[in-house]
Structures are given as structure tokens and as C-alpha cells.
Design a protein around this ligand. Structure first.
Ligand code: ADP
Ligand code: ZN
Ligand code: ZN
Length: 773
């Protein structure tokens, strides 16, 4: 057996590995992640290295491959494991080793440890007074000020002394050298809850369903750790919103901690609210470490060190928390597993779920995925038996599920109701306002208004080849700069400008002129939605002048705590109606909120993405989950132009399985994930014609290369990327679909070599990026 080894992670050329022979006596010890000592260079020099991969194939003449000298002790094992994980990420997703390493070891070593320094006197008061007398005599004003303060306060904060007393560090240093003072240092970890009293906390008693799920997972984890099997167990908890998944996680966490092992708890940033963190703090106190994107470099480093030193057992945070440097990781929990934020949007574009399973396998840890609306990927894993499925179908605290009504907006138009509120929703809003109960109105736009649909029959214009919505491109501008066109004022929020635009598929490049008449029903009401939350807020004020309204969207949450502030204001019943984007479906429980209106459920359906249907189902289900969380029963109104669409139907019936079957058959027919694997290669250049030519050339090369391969499904494109021009770079995409992920990794490596070769001739002309789906 041979090991691929990285020799020095501080070196420039990180992407190079060296192959070494694994001596028989070390075979049981060496695996990806093992730190080793190896001969390197001339003579008897040895250095340390990290094993990143193992194979049985020599890459050079086996006679020339040197053996590993020894395996290093455990000391660095966590670093070594993270290096191996970085290597895996680089290979799987196509990034540089440098980017991958920065992802798994996120904190630069240069960041200073955050310490609080306190100055205390090391001499008697008399001695200090003598020094003060001398300072006055010699007119040393700074020394005088310092000694006076020290004598009166007894001790001084180091930073405050420098900043507020205007004493220079050298003055302090001098006193220290003379033995007049001592400087005490203490590490400070910012913990917003350290003052919170935990004595009142009582663990809730799990209900029957919770006990069954937690009990089985705990039993298996116990059994597993007794046997030390290779493949750690994996679970998917499909539990409706409010079914008490968090309490199940905590019961399992208790068991893992009791075994002396540690836990990573992943929660999307948007759900990582004050309430959630507090819940964990109340249960586990200072043994938790919280990571979020608002931490400064130093704060992040504090948490990193605490974990390394073993001062925390549970790391809670968004996807980057997956790389918490625990030595004895026992469990990774991924709450809201379906959330899009778990996929990194910058290189390396890793998929947190996949990396979680990889890390868990390396460390013998279990994985629990949890969601009310599992991703198709997770549910497919569960169906295939790869992980175990649990369904929790009732709300934990006996709250009743809301009634779901579907309002057909086509008939509203026929009845001459041009308002954005259907008659049914309007009636219910009036009712709640009168009862002083609360209302959430939800606009599930995912930043897209560039697709054409029929307001009378709901028909959406799609690509005949890819079955995703076509996107309106304004002509005269570069394609890709999607503009919604000119508002013609036929119907509020509806826009179409056929003379100045074309419709384009950003997977395959197909284009056609925008329809002015609906191809299905002949209606002239063809257009694209352009309505935003602000407009909705105006309409609410116009139609329900007495209502107090709060708005939650990217605009109103710009400042640091905007999101929390608005949600708490609503929780404190400072408003009757909360209107917002998908942001409002997360976080707080609003006991008084008994009506949820989803204003245009189709909006996310129209987004030009093969996951549009899945997102729509998720958004409707999550939004519905906000109604009637307390003792009062709730109602949900789903407004739609497509009441017969399977996503809307299954979501309104809360029938995940039916949705899954339909959606999965679509993915199979169209060769989309998870039925197949998909790689999108992005080519970028500042020279537009150049990138058009290269992308065409690349598509041909890949087609030739894969011709006749049974796993190869199809190649689509080249086409303009959804964001065609960014930072002066033109972007084109080529998409490959395959039954085999490994084939796509090979293609990625092939493209990388091809691009590197071009790059060596024309510096800076071509850039590549890889998106695995
Ligand atoms: P989920 O994570 O599935 O959305 P939570 O764990 O947040 O659900 O639980 C929803 C609500 O029910 C919370 O307010 C929680 O405190 C409460 N809850 C959960 N389990 C129990 C239980 N066994 N007894 C009483 N209340 C519970
Ligand atoms: Zn129509
Ligand atoms: Zn297409």
C-alpha cells in the first residue's frame, strides 16, 4: 500500500503530494489523517508530513518509492485529520489546497489571542507613594497620573490605562521592570450568557415520540462505540415544525457527552437566534462554544482555542462549525439539513452534508440530519437504507396543526379582484385584527423576477430541453443582466416588454422571443412579477389602515441586530402584521400568530433552477409551520396561480411523501440530482469572444471524452451563466450530467489541466470554477 503525503502546509505549492510506501508494520496505523515522519531530500534528512490519501497503485517506479519512517504520536492528530479533510474537499469540489486548508483551519495563526490584562501593584502603598513623590518632583506627568490612579483604584485595566489615561506602554513596562507593578493576564471568551442564571432550568420530559427516536439513536450509538465499527451510524429525523427535534438532539448529545466525546451542532445562521443559543446555554452552560459570521477574527480564534484546549464539548454554529477541532468527535448534528446556506457559495464550494459524513467517517462519529422538509438528497439516502429514517408527525407541546386553505388567484382576477389579497385572506386578516391575534404575510421571492408567466392560467414559459423557467434578458444590454422590463400597468406587479427582451435558458443557451400571448390559454396577461415587500407593506396600509405593520427583509435588517429587533418587536406584540421574505419563516415562536398568508406561492416556482419546486415546497411548509404554534389554532392561506401544481398541492396537504415521489420522477426524467450527479464548469474571461470560443471548444472535448461511457447522461450548453458578467468577467457554463460522481471529478481534473495549460500560454485570460450539484 502507498500513501499520498503533503509535506509542509506552510509551503507555497500545497497542491503537490508525494507518494511513500507504507511498511507492513505500520499498515494498521496509517490512514488519511495520520501524521507521519518521512525521509525527504538528500541524505538522512527526515521531516513530518500528513497522509491525505491511500492507494494500492504506485504512481512512479515502485523501486523508487521510499518507505514511511514512523507514525507520529497523537499530539497533532487533529491538525493532520483536518489536512486530510482539506485534501478530500479540494479533490471533491475543485479548489486549491490553499483555499481548502483555509476553510478547515479557518483561523489564521497570526491572529492574537484575546486576553484581558490587569495591572496590579507589586509594592506596598508606602513604596508607591514614594514613587509618586519622585514623579511629582521630576515633573513626570504621565507617571504621576498613572500612580495616582493605581493608588486610588488598586488595580487598572491595561487597555483602559493606555486608551483612557493616555499612558504609553513603555511607561507601564518600565514600572513592571522595576518591580513596582505586575500585569496579570486572563483569557477572555465572549459569552453573552455568562451572567445568566441557569439554576431554574429543568430538562423537559420527552414525549412518547421523542423518547422512541432518541432512545433508538442512543442505543445504536452506545452499541457502535462499544464495537468501534468502521462506518458510523447516520440518521434522518423528518419531524414537522415544532415536533421537538431540538429536544431529541439534546437527549442524544447528553449520551455522547457522557461517553467523553464531543458534538458539533450545525444550525443555519438565520435560525441561530438568541432564543436558540440560550436554550443550549441553559442546558450545557459554558461547555458550549458558539460560532457565527459576526464574530471578529479574534473572537473566532478564542472559540477555536477553547475547543482545541478541551474547554468546550459542543460547538454550535453554521457550516464553518463543522471544522471545530475536536479531538474525540462523537456526533455531528445538522439541523434544518435542507437549507441552501449549507452549500458554500465560494470556493471550495463544498456541500456541508457530504463533508459532515466524510468527517464523521474519519472520526467514527455519528451523524443526525434533521428537517421538516428534508432535501431530496437526504431523503433518498434514507430510502436507500444508507441512513436510518425517523418520522415525527405531531407537535411536541400538543399544539394543533393549522388549517391550510388554497386561494386560486386566477379566479380572483376573474372576479375583478385585482388586490394582492384574495377575498379569503382578506376576510381572515380582518378576523384576526378584530381578535387581536397576529398575522404573518410572506413573500417567497428568491431574488427573481425575470420569468414570464400567465396571470390568467398560471402557465410559466420553460426551456423545452431543461424544463426550467426561461429568464428574461433585456436586449441591448449584455445577456444575463436580467431586467424585469417596463411596467405596463395592466395588473399590479406584472411586467413585460417584449420589444426589448429575449428569453434565455441559462443551462443550455436556448432562447426565444418573449411570449405576448399565453401559449396555453391565449390570455394577454403575460408578464413577470416585480412585487417586493415594500409594495406589500403599502398595500396593507391601504387596505387595513388600522393595522400596525412590521417589515422584515434585506433592507430593514441591514444594521447588526435588525433581524433580532424586528422579530422581538413582533414577539412582544408591538405589531399586528409582520410582512417579509423567507427570513420570517425561521427563529422565534410567536404564540399569538394564528394566520400565515403566503402571498404568491408560485414566485419561487418560477426561479430558473431545477430545485425551484423543492424550494417552493420547503418555503410553503416552513411558513405554514409558523401558524398556531401556541395554544390558539392557526390558519394558513396559500395564494397561487397554479393550484394544481404538485408542489403547491402536496405542500397544502402536508404530504411530503407524495411531493418526494413526484419531484424525484422529474429529476430522473431530466437527469437532475439526486437522480444523477451534475457538474457545472464555469469559464470566465474578460474577453467575451474568447470565453465563447473556449467554452464551445471545451464542450466538444468533454463530449468526445465521454462518448460511449455508460454512466454519461448528457452535456448541456455551453450557455451564458445566470450572472453573465461580473467584475468585468464574462461567464459561460458547460454542464455535465452523469450517473457517477467519480466521472465528474475526473472531468473537473481534466478541465483544470486543460485550463492550466492555456493559462501557461496566455496569462490571466481564462479562469475556471466548478459547481457540483
Ligand atoms: P423543532 O426543533 O422540531 O422545531 P422544538 O424542539 O423547538 O421543535 O420544540 C418546539 C416547542 O415545543 C418548543 O417550544 C419546545 O420547548 C417545546 N417542546 C419540545 N419538546 C417538549 C416536551 N417534551 N415537553 C414540552 N415541551 C416541549
Ligand atoms: Zn394562460
Ligand atoms: Zn435549456
Amino acid at each position: 500500500m502507498y500513501a499520498d503525503i503533503i509535506v509542509d502546509i506552510s509551503a507555497e505549492d500545497l497542491d503537490k503530494t508525494y507518494q511513500y510506501l507504507i511498511p507492513e508494520k505500520l499498515e494498521d496505523l496509517v490512514r488519511a489523517g495520520t501524521p507521519v515522519v518521512i525521509p525527504f531530500g538528500k541524505g538522512n534528512r527526515t521531516i513530518s508530513g500528513y497522509v491525505v490519501d491511500i492507494s494500492d497503485k504506485p504512481r512512479i517506479d515502485p523501486g523508487r518509492i521510499k518507505p514511511i519512517v514512523s507514525v507520529k504520536d497523537r499530539e497533532n492528530s487533529i491538525d493532520s485529520k483536518m489536512v486530510a479533510l482539506a485534501w478530500w474537499i479540494k479533490e471533491q469540489y475543485g479548489s486549491t489546497m490553499n483555499d481548502a486548508l483555509h476553510t478547515v483551519i479557518p483561523v489564521s495563526k497570526k491572529v492574537k489571542e484575546n486576553v484581558a490584562r490587569t495591572i496590579i501593584s507589586a509594592e506596598t502603598g508606602e513604596e508607591l507613594k514614594a514613587r509618586l513623590g519622585e514623579a511629582i518632583r521630576k515633573k513626570h506627568v504621565a507617571k504621576k497620573r498613572f500612580l495616582e490612579e493605581l493608588l486610588s483604584a488598586g488595580k487598572l485595566d491595561y487597555n483602559l490605562t493606555i486608551q483612557k489615561l493616555n499612558i504609553s506602554a513603555s511607561v507601564i513596562k518600565k514600572f513592571e521592570d522595576e518591580g513596582a507593578i505586575k500585569i496579570e493576564t486572563a483569557r477572555v471568551y465572549r459569552n453573552p450568557f455568562s451572567q445568566t442564571d441557569r439554576s431554574g432550568y429543568v430538562k423537559p420530559v420527552l414525549n412518547e415520540e421523542q423518547t422512541a427516536v432518541a432512545g433508538e439513536i442512543i442505543r445504536e450509538i452506545k452499541e457502535f462505540s462499544a464495537r468501534e465499527k468502521e462506518n458510523a451510524p447516520g440518521y434522518l429525523i423528518h419531524g414537522i415544525t415544532g415536533s421537538g427535534k431540538t429536544e431529541i438532539y439534546m437527549a442524544v448529545i447528553d449520551e455522547v457527552l457522557a461517553q467523553g466525546r464531543q458534538v458539533i451542532m450545525l444550525i443555519p445562521e438565520i435560525s441561530l437566534t438568541y432564543q436558540t443559543v440560550k436554550r443550549f446555554y441553559m442546558r450545557y452552560g459554558d461547555r458550549i462554544s458558539i460560532i457565527n459570521s459576526k464574530l471578529t477574527g479574534g473572537e473566532r480564534y478564542d472559540q477555536y482555542l477553547r475547543i482545541k484546549r478541551g474547554e468546550a464539548d459542543i460547538c454550535i454554529g453554521p457550516r464553518s462549525a463543522l471544522f471545530a477541532p475536536f479531538e474525540r468527535l462523537g456526533l455531528i448534528i445538522m439541523d434544518e439539513e435542507h437549507e441552501g446556506s449549507y452549500i458554500s457559495e465560494k470556493a471550495p464550494r463544498y456541500n456541508t452534508r457530504e463533508v459532515a459524513f466524510k468527517r464523521a467517517a474519519m472520526e467514527g462519529a455519528g451523524v443526525i440530519l434533521g428537517s421538516a422538509t428534508p432535501s431530496l438528497e437526504a431523503y433518498t439516502m434514507a430510502r436507500s437504507g444508507r441512513i436510518k429514517l425517523f418520522s415525527v408527525l405531531n407537535r411536541a407541546n400538543n399544539a394543533v396543526l393549522p388549517d391550510i386553505h388554497v386561494a386560486d388567484m386566477r379566479s380572483e382576477l376573474k372576479a375583478r379582484n385585482r388586490s394582492i389579497f384574495s377575498r379569503e385572506l382578506k376576510k381572515l386578516i380582518d378576523d384576526r385584527l378584530q381578535k387581536h391575534e397576529q398575522i404573518m404575510l410572506f413573500l417567497n421571492r428568491r431574488g427573481y423576477s425575470g420569468t414570464l408567466s400567465c396571470r390568467e392560467c398560471g402557465h410559466v414559459i420553460k426551456c423545452p430541453h431543461c424544463d426550467i423557467s426561461l429568464t428574461l434578458h433585456r436586449s441591448g444590454q449584455s445577456a444575463g443582466q436580467t431586467g424585469p422590463g417596463i411596467y405596463k400597468g395592466q395588473v399590479p406587479g406584472y411586467q413585460n416588454d417584449p420589444e426589448h427582451s429575449t428569453m434565455v435558458c441559462h443551462y443550455c443557451g436556448y432562447s426565444e422571443p418573449p411570449a405576448t400571448v399565453c401559449p396555453k390559454c391565449g390570455s394577454k396577461y403575460m408578464g413577470s412579477f416585480g412585487i417586493g415587500t415594500q409594495k406589500v407593506e403599502e398595500q396593507i396600509k391601504a387596505e387595513f389602515p388600522a393595522a400596525r405593520v412590521l417589515r422584515l427583509d434585506a433592507d430593514t435588517t441591514k444594521n447588526k441586530n435588525g433581524y433580532e429587533e424586528i422579530l422581538s418587536a413582533f414577539a412582544n406584540e408591538e405589531a399586528d402584521i409582520l410582512v417579509g421574505t423567507q427570513m420570517i419563516v425561521k427563529g422565534h415562536d410567536f404564540g399569538k400568530c394564528t394566520l400565515v398568508g403566503i402571498l404568491i406561492a408560485d414566485m419561487s416556482l418560477y426561479s430558473p433552477d431545477f430545485r425551484a419546486g423543492e424550494r417552493t415546497f420547503q418555503l410553503i411548509t416552513q411558513a405554514s409551520g409558523r401558524a398556531g404554534r401556541g395554544k390558539l389554532k392557526g390558519d394558513v392561506v396559500i395564494q397561487t396561480y397554479n393550484p394544481d401544481h404538485y408542489c403547491i398541492k402536496t405542500a397544502s396537504q402536508a404530504d411530503y411523501n407524495a411531493f418526494y415521489e413526484e419531484e424525484m420522477s422529474y429529476r430522473k426524467i431530466m437527469d437532475y440530482p439526486p437522480a444523477r450527479c451534475m457538474l457545472t464548469v464555469v469559464l470566465e474571461s474578460q474577453d467575451e469572444q474568447y470565453v465563447i470560443d473556449r467554452s464551445a471548444e471545451l464542450a466538444e472535448m468533454i463530449k468526445d471524452k465521454l462518448a460511449g461511457n455508460k454512466q454519461f447522461r448528457r452535456l448541456v450548453g455551453p450557455a451564458d451563466a445566470p450572472l453573465y458578467k461580473a467584475n468585468d468577467y464574462y461567464r459561460r457554463v458547460v454542464t455535465v450530467k452523469s450517473g457517477d460522481y467519480g466521472m465528474l471529478v475526473d472531468i473537473k481534473n481534466f478541465v483544470r489541466d486543460w485550463a492550466e495549460n492555456i493559462e501557461s500560454q496566455t496569462a490571466g485570460k481564462l479562469r475556471t470554477d466548478y459547481i457540483f450539484n
